[in-house]
Write a protein that binds this ligand. Sequence first.
Ligand SMILES: CC(C)(COP(=O)([O-])OP(=O)(O)OC[C@H]1O[C@@H](n2cnc3c(N)ncnc32)[C@H](O)[C@@H]1OP(=O)(O)O)[C@@H](O)C(=O)NCCC(=O)NCCSC(=O)C[C@@H](O)C[N+](C)(C)C
Length: 249
Amino acid sequence: MNPRLHFQDRVATITLQRPTVANRLAPDDLPVLIECIACVNQREDVRVLVLRSEGRHFCSGYDISQIENSQSEGSSFGEMVDVVEQCRAVTIAAIQGGVYGGATDLALACDFRVGSMAADMFMPAARLGLHFYASGLERYVSRLGLDTAKRLFLTCERLDAEQMKACGFLTHLVAHTELDETVASLAGTLGAMAPLPLSGMKKHLNLIACGRQDREAIARDVQRSVESEDLREGGLAWREKRTPLFKGR
Ligand SMILES: CC(C)(COP(=O)([O-])OP(=O)(O)OC[C@H]1O[C@@H](n2cnc3c(N)ncnc32)[C@H](O)[C@@H]1OP(=O)(O)O)[C@@H](O)C(=O)NCCC(=O)NCCSC(=O)C[C@@H](O)C[N+](C)(C)C
């Protein structure tokens, strides 16, 4: 099955596993990815989702051999990326190599993008004759700013790992050999946080980034945390100088 979903402790991992075609995503892969996220959302014990892939490239985007159908399929690619962005768990993309086209939007929908020095990226939509969908354009501008979004979309320029970090595409840049360890360490850090504020603040920060903030909803989530067992546990653990044991309620 592509992709593969795996659970360990508080961490879910989705692995793209078509390395012979640079992990390109065909229309058939999109509902499978959406289903994987639905499975993750159902598991209350899962706090972190790692999106990784096998082989030299992270993902080469949409299947170019089916690009003419992308008008009808385009919305489902964007829909899949929106579903990833709205995942309840905090998401980390582990980018070991190339990330191209729609895959760059998929990575941007993740909360953290940890890249290796072997990573590179480009967005060839204009070169292919394709206008990118609205939610992807918005995500680029809200995450990277207007000038970088224009540079990437309009020139189709290739960026190396250091340029990806400099423009904010990568949140972390590490040696190739340290990628898995860095991702596991970040997943461990995030997995130890109180689940309610973790997923709540993730959701609201994303909404604020695209200008759709809801102050009343934030106030409700603040109140929910004030009344939570986890807040009492957090204070108690601090006083007792021990690691808190959060239950997500
Ligand atoms: C990834 C790559 C750098 C790898 O190079 P490599 O030298 O390591 O390997 P390769 O021999 O080029 O690739 C291995 C195989 O993988 C295939 N492949 C690689 N990426 C593909 C892709 N995206 N679609 C279809 N086949 C793809 C190659 O054609 C090839 O097939 P073959 O063995 O039958 O010749 C090189 O294949 C390449 O540039 N691929 C194209 C990348 C690219 O332009 N991606 C953007 C796709 S368009 C896109 O994503 C926009 C889309 O999101 C918009 N919308 C959602 C609205 C539809």
